[in-house]
Write a protein that binds this ligand. Structure first.
Ligand code: FES
Length: 123
C-alpha cells in the first residue's frame, strides 16, 4: 500500500514512493486527477531529474497539470504526455495503480494502465 486513498485530493499534493523494479533508487509518485489515482515514475523525460519542486508538489498552480520544477515542462496527468516545455511530446512513465477499499496500491507486476488521447506509445 502506498497511502490511504483519502490522502490524495484532486489536483493536490501527491505521495512519493520508492520505485525501482529493476533495482537502483528510483522514485514514483501518485496524484489524483479526474477523480482517479495516477502514478508515474518521478523522472522528467528532459533531464531525468525528479519533478516535484517540494516533496509531493507535482501540480502547477491550477491543479490541472503536472509540472517539472527544473525547466517547467507541463504534463497531462491523464496520460503523462508532455504538452509544453523542452520535452514536449515525450511522456512520463506510467505505473499501474489501483484504488481499492480506500487504499492506493501499486503492483510492480501489473501492466501499466491503458493510455488514451495520444498518438501512441513512446519508446
Ligand atoms: S528537467 Fe524537467 S523540464 Fe528540464
Amino acid at each position: 500500500m502506498i497511502c490511504e486513498a483519502a490522502a490524495l485530493a484532486e489536483g493536490g499534493a501527491g505521495v512519493r514512493f520508492d520505485w525501482a523494479p529493476a533495482g537502483g533508487e528510483g522514485k514514483g509518485f501518485v496524484v489524483r486527477h479526474d477523480g482517479a489515482a495516477r502514478a508515474f515514475v518521478n523522472r522528467c523525460p528532459h533531464l531525468g531529474v525528479e519533478l516535484d519542486w517540494q516533496p509531493g508538489e507535482f501540480f502547477e498552480e491550477t491543479g490541472l497539470y503536472l509540472i517539472c520544477s527544473t525547466h517547467g515542462a507541463i504534463f497531462d496527468p491523464s496520460t503523462g504526455l508532455c504538452v509544453a516545455g523542452p520535452c514536449r511530446g515525450a511522456r512520463l512513465e506510467a505505473i499501474a495503480v489501483e484504488e481499492r477499499q480506500g487504499r492506493i496500491l501499486i503492483h510492480d507486476d501489473c501492466p501499466a494502465p491503458a493510455r488514451g488521447g495520444g498518438s501512441g506509445e513512446q519508446p
